[in-house]
Design a protein around this ligand. Structure first.
Ligand SMILES: Cc1cc2nc3c(=O)[nH]c(=O)nc-3n(C[C@H](O)[C@H](O)[C@H](O)COP(=O)(O)OP(=O)(O)OC[C@H]3O[C@@H](n4cnc5c(N)ncnc54)[C@H](O)[C@@H]3O)c2cc1C
Length: 611
């Protein structure tokens, strides 16, 4: 058993920032991560970090753009905190040595990004995330923070009070990928989940294979609600054959989208008459797919993104990485021909419900970064707003977990008696209800132990689960289940959603859960057993995918990235509220909490969102 004040699970941008903040608050901190820190998915971020740094810009404008981009589903206290703290945090990165791109006069460069009223995206070439990870990892190393890398966290040690609001998190259980050893990590003060997104729930995604929603699934099964899971961002410019991202920075620098007929369709067909290619991502993704569906797509599948007119010098200076990606993954030379692009799953706006201090409803359990929903992005995230979220809310969560005082939070967490419950008729029984409890799928749900023994019991349960998976010598392989799940999500819970389609997805997810009862791991070894790790991750994907589809079914309106064929309008009278899904002893329940539109000095009145 290992023991520290604060355990940070995950070492991407959010985890690294949380660890440094907790350390600065005087805590003995450890990071537990399934990947080496600089291999975290933050390293893939290309475009940049939004922060109001220049004359003519200010945090109020940033907050306004973010609320509008969120389609009025962001909570104002979180949105304003993001906009207010992003400049200081970005300058802090610069002081730590982040090599931001610069103008000739030495000032840090900023470029336009979709949905921004000011060019406020600060960047380091087209490799912003890579530099951010290295800069922050240096700070972790400098402070001597202990990093347990290639330790895969499989379960939280949480007490078993009936009401999740009364539970406490005492630590985590992790599996050492190198040796197969399973150990407990006791957290004297708090656990911060910073485990990233669930992109692998879809089969065409810009996300790495490591993005399997582990933290969301573990927190959910331990009793922390998942919020606004139906809001998935589909990025308009992913490469068709692999899902690899072509940064919004290309359009920020002036890149143009064309259909197969050579028309600049964003203007030609009136999708966004003012902002064109730089409309918000949900708007551009729908426009591209409409072009394809109406027969104007290239090869009936994608559109073209052209940056040739920017000239070789500018491309090499600001977008060199994009040239390599297009060449390596699509065989296209972006200097002489347009690049093929289509929408791909990119980001989860929803996640583990937290307040603006990173706290969940479970005492001692915090979350930050893409796995969390604080909520700043609401129905649609603006490009360049995830990285500032990592550093602003990663810092707050780490500081608070270490015992730092951030004052009373305005955002509430956890189920309460006065919330509104959902009464939608579901086509399936979600969750584990009805499935044999002895099966391997019975792992990881609500904890059954008292406070003192919670960690020991959780370790024992995980050892039993892994033994069971390794001893079973036939059945279904996780990869079959995962492919079926990913296909269903891509077919039915994509950019365009219908009630019938989402119901089909829920039924297929249910089948996946049943098939998982018979899952087995072909590789019996305990050393670097990626088959075992992926099998456990697939279970997490099933839980998370189910919440995405459930949210998509119950929200019968069109808001932000959530488009419903039968409901073509934003219904502010009914739907200015967050969707919350709680895992209630094996059976999810859906309920709602009103969005907070009142900011420090003004209320963000919902308006028509046009670009
Ligand atoms: C291709 C791409 C480009 C992007 N570009 C931008 C951009 O330019 N600007 C912007 O604002 N946003 C961008 N985004 C979004 C942004 O990069 C991500 O939302 C953000 O980096 C996520 O950071 P994170 O720290 O939450 O998670 P990650 O960086 O994904 O880190 C997750 C960490 O958790 C660990 N982990 C996960 N599960 C476990 C487990 N079970 N046990 C132990 N450890 C675990 C992993 O090892 C990893 O260290 C981009 C996203 C993508 C996919």
């Amino acid at each position: 058993m290992y023991e520290h004040d604060v355990i940070v699970v995950g070492a991407g941008g959010a985890g690294l920032r949380a660890a440094v903040a907790a350390h600065e608050a005087g805590a003995d901190v450890a990071m537990v991560t399934k990947l080496h820190p600089v291999r975290s998915h933050t390293g893939a971020a290309e475009g940049g970090i939004n922060a109001a740094l220049r004359e003519g810009d200010d945090w109020e404008l940033h907050a306004y753009d973010t609320m509008k981009g969120s389609d009025y589903l962001g909570d104002a206290p979180a949105v304003e905190t993001l906009a207010q703290d992003a400049p200081e945090e970005t300058i802090n990165l610069e002081h730590w040595g982040m090599p931001f791109s610069r103008e000739d006069d030495g000032t840090v460069s900023q470029r336009p990004f979709g949905g921004l009223s000011f060019p406020r995206t600060t960047y380091a070439g087209a490799e912003t995330g890579h530099h951010l990870l290295h800069t922050m990892y240096e700070q972790v190393v400098k402070r001597g923070i202990e990093v347990y890398d290639e330790w895969f966290v499989t379960r939280l040690a949480v007490t078993d009070e009936p009401d999740p609001n009364d539970r406490t998190c005492h630590g985590v259980v992790a599996y050492d990928v190198q040796t197969g050893k399973i150990e407990g990590f006791k957290a004297r003060k708090g656990v911060v989940l910073a485990t990233g997104g669930p992109g692998q729930a879809f089969d065409h995604t810009t996300n790495a294979v490591s993005c399997t929603g582990d933290g969301q699934a573990m927190a959910y099964r331990a009793g922390a609600p998942l919020e606004d899971m139906e809001f998935i961002q589909f990025h308009p410019t992913s490469l068709p054959s692999t899902g690899v991202l072509i940064s919004e920075g290309v359009r920020g620098e002036g890149g143009i989208l064309y259909n197969d007929e050579g028309e600049r369709f964003m203007f030609e067909y009136g999708y966004a008459n003012n902002s064109g290619e730089l409309a918000s991502r949900d708007v551009v993704a729908r426009a591209e797919l409409t072009e394809v569906n109406e027969g104007r797509g290239v090869n009936d599948e994608y559109v073209h993104l052209d940056m040739r007119h920017l000239g070789e010098e500018r491309i090499m200076d600001r977008l060199e990485n994009i040239l390599h990606l297009a060449e390596d993954f699509e065989g296209v030379d972006g200097l002489v021909e347009p690049m093929p692009v289509k929408p791909g799953q990119h980001y989860a706006m929803g996640g583990i419900e937290t307040d603006e201090n990173g706290a969940t409803c479970i005492d001692g359990l915090y979350a930050a970064g893409e796995c969390a929903c604080v909520s700043v992005h609401g129905g649609n995230r603006l490009g360049g707003n995830a990285l500032p979220e990592l550093i602003v809310f990663g810092k707050r969560a780490g500081y608070h977990a270490a015992g730092g005082d951030l004052g009373e939070a305005e955002i509430e967490t956890g189920y309460a008696d006065d919330v509104e419950d959902d009464d939608t008729d579901l086509p399936i029984t979600p969750g584990e209800a009805g499935i044999e409890p002895e099966g391997v799928a019975a792992d990881g749900s609500g904890q059954v132990t008292d406070a003192a023994g919670s960690l020991e019991r959780a370790v024992e349960a995980e050892r039993e689960r892994v033994d069971h998976l390794l001893e079973k010598d036939d059945g279904v392989q996780h990869s079959e289940i995962r492919s079926k799940l990913q296909q269903a999500m891509t077919d039915y819970v994509n950019v365009f959603r219908t009630e019938e389609g989402v119901k089909k997805a829920l039924k297929i997810i249910r089948e996946c859960r049943q098939e998982y009862q018979d899952v087995y791991v072909a590789d019996p070894s305990r050393t670097f057993n990626t088959d075992l790790q992926h099998t456990i991750e697939t279970r997490n994907l099933i839980d998370v995918a189910e919440t995405i589809a459930l949210g998509a079914l119950v929200r019968d309106e069109f808001r932000g990235a959530h488009w419903r064929k039968e409901h073509q309008e934003r219904k502010d009278d009914e739907w200015l509220k967050h969707t919350l899904i709680s895992w209630d002893r094996g059976k999810p329940s859906v309920w709602y909490r009103p969005v907070i539109l009142e900011g420090e000095e003004k209320t963000y009145e919902p308006k028509v969102r046009s670009y």
